[in-house]
Design a binder for this molecule. Structure first.
Ligand SMILES: NC(=O)C1=CN([C@@H]2O[C@H](COP(=O)(O)OP(=O)(O)OC[C@H]3O[C@@H](n4cnc5c(N)ncnc54)[C@H](O)[C@@H]3O)[C@@H](O)[C@H]2O)C=CC1
Ligand SMILES: O=Cc1ccc(S(=O)(=O)O)cc1
Length: 487
């Protein structure tokens, strides 16, 4: 793939059950590392969204009535095809999103696993029976589909973060409008549409509508869209949440994080520094669960910093399409400028630069900062770059207070040789996910995933939680004969 792709069926199109020209025109597909044009996708206009939402609403009725095993079989077959096409997905993930090859391969693997589990949801018990105080009456309480689910996905893990909503929503009988980010519209959009097209999903049940904020906004506001599942920034999530609150529309928001990696005085520092490098620098730190604040006991802070610096300096940053690299490019120039601003402002405010702090274009060196205080941007802001800011503490209580001082509450890690001490601390953290003797970037699709505070709206993805997210409850009572009332 060295010349722009024009021959693919998705080229310059959107997917509405077939590939059609978009009224919003086309957008280039750009290589994150070089800026080279790789192809083009269609941009869905608000009129396209309107037509898609209406046809999705119509298609959903027959899809919900399709026997559960047939719905599950389609999702399972799409998962099988994903595995067959793993190399193609990974290649696009590398070029379009700046992922290193192992990250792209890992994303295919976890998405495959997640799709298998989503397919299985369709066959789980879908309700309960409750006793009735009325003689001769039976109370059924059942989960039914929502209708049309709008999925708005980001560019950092575009395949997985789209599919963790798309697959369970489809398996449970909903239609889906997927709006990928334009920076990942092939990996997280066109290739997903093609998977489901090729396994025979009925037309209209999944539609893929690439675009920017205007397209996303049209999906959120459309009256035929019954639920919005959004993964992205807290700023945009708040806007979507506000609208959905007013419109009384179900919404799932998975937002940012500024995740604490806490290292206690009795930690294994070799293990902790390995976790820190992985959790801080993987995918250039562009992960909401990334270790964004390293809170380290004063007595081990110098040793921890030295070990982390040693690891950081061994990492190779380069174009992952050109050859093996540990870190690829940041997604765009705006994000690069933002990361560098946070680093330089923090140094100007008194932080010590121990490694990195420089970049060539979008290639940012893994960076370690010590003496980071709570009022510096490197502590206070979600960086979304390969930066490890270290802040010291003296007591467990202080560590908990520092960790909880962020409005976010997505993920955290605690390193200690005492499981009891770490568990005690975990229960005091305002964090949706806590990993003891590991790092915060963890995801197992069978375990409900999600954040507290400004990291989300409280819903969870994965395992049985996906049933709660992508269905709604209905009470049906059945009486043996017509009830008689006083009038
Ligand atoms: N939770 C996560 O996985 C992610 C979090 N982020 C955070 O967001 C920051 C900025 O990244 P962006 O790509 O600008 O995130 P973003 O929140 O602007 O974009 C995420 C998705 O929302 C769509 N979108 C943007 N504005 C919208 C609107 N008004 N209505 C509906 N949809 C809209 C985008 O097109 C994209 O598909 C990052 O620095 C990071 O802090 C970014 C990507 C993923
Ligand atoms: O496991 C994959 C995964 C899950 C979530 C995120 S993010 O925190 O939303 O960035 C990334 C990858």
């Amino acid at each position: 793939m060295n010349t722009p792709v024009k021959t693919e069926r998705w080229s310059g199109k959107i997917f509405t059950g077939s590939w059609v020209a978009a009224r919003g025109g086309v957008a280039p597909v750009l290589e994150a590392a070089t800026g080279a044009a790789l192809g083009e996708v269609g941009v869905a206009s608000p009129e396209d969204v309107d037509a898609a939402a209406r046809s999705a609403q119509a298609a959903q009725k027959a899809w919900a009535a399709t026997p559960f095993d047939q719905r599950a079989a389609i999702v399972r077959e799409a998962a099988r095809l994903l595995k067959e096409r793993a190399a193609e997905f990974t290649q696009w993930n590398v070029r379009e999103c700046g992922s290193i090859v192992p990250k792209g391969e890992w994303e295919v693997g976890i998405t495959h696993e997640q799709m298998q589990q989503a397919a299985a949801l369709a066959g789980l018990p879908n309700g309960m029976m409750f006793p009735s105080s009325v003689p001769g009456r039976t109370n059924l309480w059942q989960r039914v589909p929502l209708g049309v689910v709008g999925v708005i996905a980001p560019w950092n893990f575009p395949l997985f973060l789209a599919m963790r909503s798309v697959a369970p929503a489809l398996a449970l009988g909903n239609a889906v409008l997927l709006k990928p980010d334009l920076q990942s519209a092939v990996t997280g959009g066109a290739l997903i549409a093609r998977l489901f097209e090729d396994v025979g999903l009925p037309p209209g049940v999944l539609q893929v509508l690439p675009g920017g904020p205007a397209t996303g906004d049209a999906v959120v506001r459309h009256p035929c869209v019954n639920m919005v599942s959004f993964t992205g920034s807290t700023a945009v999530g708040r806007q979507i949440g506000e609208f959905c609150g007013r419109a009384l529309k179900k919404v799932a928001l998975e937002l940012g994080g500024n995740n604490a990696m806490i290292v206690l005085d009795d930690a294994d520092l070799d293990g902790a520094s390995s976790c820190a490098a992985w959790g801080g620098f993987l995918h250039q730190g562009q992960i909401c669960m990334a270790a964004g604040r390293h809170l380290v006991h004063r007595s081990v802070a110098d040793a921890y910093a030295a070990k982390l610096v040693e690891r950081a300096k061994k990492l190779y940053v380069g174009d992952p399409h050109a050859g093996p690299a540990h870190l690829g490019p940041l997604i765009n120039d705006r994000q690069t400028e933002r990361v560098h601003r946070i680093v330089t402002e923090s140094i100007a405010a008194g932080a010590t630069l121990l490694a990195g702090g420089t970049h060539e274009g979008r290639f940012y060196q893994p960076t370690v900062l010590s003496n980071v205080a709570v009022d510096m941007p490197a502590f206070a802001e979600e960086i979304f770059g390969p930066v490890a800011p270290i802040t010291v503490f003296d007591t467990d209580e202080e560590a908990v207070a520092l960790a909880n001082s962020s409005e976010y509450g997505l993920a955290a890690a605690i390193h200690s040789k005492s499981t009891a001490r770490a568990l005690r601390m975990a229960s005091q953290l305002k964090s949706g996910m806590v990993h003891i003797n590991d790092q915060p970037v963890n995801c197992e699709p069978q375990v409900p995933f999600g954040g507290m505070g400004a990291s989300g709206s409280g819903g969870r993805f994965g395992g049985p939680a996906s049933i709660d997210e992508f269905t709604q409850a209905q009470w049906v009572s059945v009486s043996e004969k017509a009830a008689q009332y006083p009038f």
